[in-house]
Design a protein around this ligand. Sequence first.
Ligand code: CA
Length: 233
Amino acid sequence: MNNNLLILLVEDETAISNFISTVLTHNNYRVIRADRGKEALKLVCSHRPDLVLLDLGLPDIDGIEVLKKIREVSNIPVIIVSARGFEREKVEALDLGADDYMTKPFGTSELLARIRTAVRHSQKLQEESHPGYDKVVIGGLCIDYEKRIVKVEEKEIHLTPIEYKIIVLLSKNVGKVLTHDFIIREIWGPYMNENQTLRVNMANIRRKIEENPAEPKYIITEVGVGYRMVDEV
Ligand code: CA
């Protein structure tokens, strides 16, 4: 039996599809391919891949629609592959539950790193649903959900309730980009549109947990999109 992870590659440009497929196969992933959205949805149901690489510009149905349909049935990690200049699509895709995005053209090592992160993230989520999961440790940062405390290098950090909620939200989605809108909705509810408040809180959190807040290592800014808590430092 072959236990290697199965990746569904959804891409209509043959050259790109061949290239990515070769890279993945050489790195011990199993690959199935679709060049149409509808075909991709069928394969998600029939083959239950461990991860989907999804091009947004497909000839039949839009990649965003494919993502929505996948999310109706499955929480498998989805990494969006988009052409340059589609910032809004990226944000929309992340809001709809994509795990990550990459802009073409991208390098092989970036592709492999993002796949590893997305897979780790989804495995972590599965662990979380088991009892006994009560904290997350990233380098010197420890977030203890049970005791509701955050420590950096063994020293307890004082956070406001909002700061704590933000850091918990990011840590429960570790490795994943969360958009500004998503964070704001989750923390303050649907009627708030306070980018500035989020920025201020984030600056305070960084001041408290980062050695150098100007070059954060735990919470990374995704310019124009949102924030991501790294899963290892
Ligand atoms: Ca395309």
